[in-house]
Design a protein around this ligand. Structure first.
Ligand code: IVH
Length: 739
């Protein structure tokens, strides 16, 4: 596909419609059939909206209805489904045993054009047997603003002028849709959506997902119960999977949704079983042999009581204003969740109203997806450069045409290592997908191959250090490449920057730019040289005024009094983090004693493993490093500290999450206390959490998650006991936190 087609403007309307149809069909195929999208969802949505607008104009109608109609047809292949839906007319009584609501039915509007869809209706993967869905798996129409959300409500208001609507608001989970069929309480089939009519039989793989019950907890069990939901991967599981992939020299997954899809669509269920997949049920689609509840919210309660996971953030009984507020709230709070959402879904609660509203060929009229702004964008990869870290590690990074992603401008992004660049196959001159989810560091996901200029050469990892020109070394079996020249100016700069950083000696005003200036001027080569700097020397450098020179010298002087742990951390010893540095400082109380200690002695300290101990010994075995310590000591830097009695490792191997504010502890102090006793204190609750410590105004999602997973909850007194003994005392009630 030639470059520029995606955005090609100024073409005549009919030709552009044709072009857009092809593009939309092509990208829908990449997304659904190949599980390998080439462009971000946001770009895809933009194409769809442009097509919808042009089609609307061509038909002489309104430019765009709340988005999505074409999208739905294309991505779900609704055209191939034409007629299939007609079996479930809107008037079909659900009680007779059939689809639960108008979700699978084609209401008054009838099927739409569907041409795009026909092009997309690709055969399911040969890996899995095809399954024809009894009720077609429809899509959702999208709203991209409050205005569009209100326009949707106004539309359904016009369709049912006498109705008062109560809405159910849900998170739009960014995963993949799965339909589950239970017969007499037993899971008999699980299927992907496929083209909406025919999906793939993934029963064997879905059986390995712990969250999906084999048997429903309903007595008596209904003859048939079908539910749909979203299979997804938590951020934690995604990060762990990518870490493993990187360590094995495999390609990282682009995002949790791709990781979930890739993990499910495996030939061997054992592979799926090894990937932590989760599930939220969002629709009851068929119930036979049991009375059907009158509302969606009651259906969700039924599903939850049947043992299917139902998301705790679902709100029922909402007015339109409540729904608008729900969407806004989650748009702001989306990153507080331990999994990804790409929007919210607002649904009419009453099933009778749903049946009256029916569906178009591709989406029910009774629901709308409120889509959040995308967290992926495309931009030009200008260049790939290599940076040299404090340990000499050479890390490739992308220099991008700056692009605003998820609210911040991204111009640089790490490419991790040589293998990752090769696996991603990104080349300078490519258009690339850039992703930034929440606080997550921006990542280049991959190239938009359709837009790659012909003959674009692959990028080669440099053979020599860009800073010192010495050869770069990559040891066999290792992923990383190093500059091993200890005099490399780039390494010197990074080591000093680390030494001066907040967690280390905290020298105000000494950032990378200034350190580079000092190193380039030949004034400093290592951290000890900092303490020899005079204000008059600095005053001669560009950008330094008398006052700023004096301030920097004073800041350097002040750093001499930092605690021993900070100094030790500031030395940039490989594998020695701030926590382990603190543990060593407390255990030895003297830098000279640490320099003299053997590996065994070091490893005896709680939290210091053999790898760290060996690294510390190796560091001080180097003459240059011992000299550095001597010179720092001579300069008057504090090298001793209070020796604290080593705390009993009461929390070794335990994971304690803290939420809300505690009276006697700041959050940092609480976490440090946990770590000092060998425990971990991650930011979110998972099945591995030992206990959740709850203070005033706790995070509702943490409390709910703990309740769901059966994680014990303790208050401040319980926390003190936990620190001392490692035991979980009486569990207080979680009153106040809403479910
Ligand atoms: S209801 C008839 N509820 O979003 C359609 N869908 O873009 C019923 N999704 O195909 C879908 N979270 O895979 C519904 N809370 C939620 C959802 C949700 C995610 C997915 C679902 C659907 C797609 C539409």
């Amino acid at each position: 596909m030639p470059r520029g087609e995606v955005t090609g403007a100024a073409v005549d309307g009919a030709a552009r419609i044709e072009e857009l149809r092809r593009l939309v069909a092509y990208h829908a195929y990449r997304y659904h059939t190949l599980d390998d999208p080439e462009i971000p969802d946001g770009d895809y949505d933009a194409l769809v909206r442009e097509l919808a607008a042009l089609e609307g104009l061509a038909a002489g109608g309104e430019p765009v209805e709340a988005g999505g109609s074409v999208e739905a047809r294309a991505r779900r292949g609704a055209g191939a489904r034409r007629g299939a839906g007609a079996r479930f007319e809107a008037s079909e009584p659900a009680e007779a045993g059939g689809p639960v609501d108008g979700g699978g039915s084609v209401g008054a509007g009838g099927p739409g054009e569907g041409e795009v869809a026909l092009a997309v209706g690709a055969p399911p993967s040969p890996l899995f047997a095809p399954v024809r869905h009894q009720d077609p798996m429809l899509s959702l129409d999208n709203a991209f603003s409050e205005e569009e959300l209100r326009a949707w409500a106004a539309r359904i208001g016009r369709l049912l002028p006498d109705a008062t609507f109560s809405f159910v608001c849900e998170l739009k989970i960014d995963g993949l849709a799965i339909g589950l069929r239970y017969e007499h309480g037993e899971l008999v089939r699980a299927a992907t959506r496929g083209d909406g009519v025919v999906g793939e039989d993934v029963t064997a793989n879905v059986r390995t997902v712990a969250a999906i019950p084999e048997r429903l907890a309903l007595t008596p069990a209904p003859a048939v119960l079908e539910a749909r939901g979203e299979l997804y991967m938590t951020l934690e599981a995604f990060a762990a999977l990518n870490e493993r992939a990187e360590a094995n020299g495999e390609r990282r997954f682009a995002n949790p949704r791709n990781a979930a899809a890739g993990s499910l669509r495996q030939k061997d269920p054992a592979v799926t079983a090894s990937r932590a997949l989760s599930f939220w049920t969002h629709q009851l689609t068929r119930l036979e042999g049991a009375p059907l509840p009158p509302t969606h919210s009651a259906c969700l309660e039924l599903l939850a009581s049947a043992g299917l996971p139902v998301n705790p953030e679902i709100r029922s009984g909402a007015t339109l204003d409540d729904a608008v507020a729900y969407c806004a709230r989650w748009e702001a709070a989306r990153h507080d969740l331990p999994y990804e959402i790409d929007g919210a879904v607002v649904k009419v609660d009453d099933l009778a109203q749903r049946r009256e509203l029916g569906a178009t060929s591709h989406a029910p009229r009774w629901a709308i997806a409120y889509k959040f702004p995308p967290e992926e964008r495309t931009t030009l990869l200008r260049e790939i450069m290599v940076s040299i870290g404090k340990s000499g590690k050479a890390t490739p990074f992308a220099v991008l045409e700056p692009v605003v992603v998820a609210g911040s401008t991204v111009g640089l992004a790490s490419l991790h290592n040589e293998d990752q660049v090769r696996l991603k196959d990104v080349r300078p001159g490519d258009r690339v997908i850039v992703r930034k989810a929440g606080d997550v560091i921006p990542e280049v996901v991959g190239p938009v191959l359709a837009e790659r200029p012909p003959d674009l050469p692959a990028w080669e990892f440099p053979r020599t250090c860009p800073a010192c020109g010495e050869p770069l070394t990559r040891l066999p079996g290792e992923a990383d490449t190093f500059c091993t020249n200890a005099d490399c100016p780039a390494q010197q700069v990074q080591r000093i920057v680390h030494f001066a950083s907040r967690g280390a000696m905290d020298i105000e005003g000494l950032g990378e730019q200034r350190v580079t200036q000092l190193v380039n001027a030949g004034l400093v080569h290592d951290a000890a040289d900092l303490y020899l700097l005079r204000a008059d020397q600095l005053g001669e450098l560009e950008g330094f005024a008398e006052l700023s020179a004096a301030n920097l010298v004073a800041a350097i002087e002040a750093s001499k009094a930092r605690p021993l742990a900070n100094l030790l951390f500031g030395l940039a010893i490989r594998h020695l983090g701030d926590t382990t540095a603190r543990a060593l400082a407390l255990a030895f109380g003297d830098l000279a004693a640490i320099v003299a200690a053997g590996a065994e002695e070091l490893a005896a300290v709680e939290g210091v493993g053999p790898k760290i101990a060996a690294s510390v010994v190796a560091f001080f075995a180097v003459e240059r490093n011992r000299r550095l310590v001597e010179r720092l000591t001579a300069a008057g830097v504090r090298t001793t500290g209070e020796r604290a009695p080593v705390l009993a490792p009461t929390l070794a191997g335990k994971s304690i999450v803290v939420t809300g504010s505690l009276e006697g502890w700041s959050r940092e102090a609480a976490e440090a206390a946990i770590k000092a006793r060998g425990g971990k204190s991650p930011g979110s609750v998972s099945a591995k959490t030992t206990a959740l410590v709850v203070g005033a105004e706790p995070g509702a999602s943490k409390v709910t998650k703990a309740a769901e997973l059966g994680v014990p909850v303790v208050d401040e007194a319980g926390f003190a006991r936990l620190l001392e003994t490692g035991e979980i005392g009486e569990v207080p009630s979680t009153g106040g936190a809403d479910r």
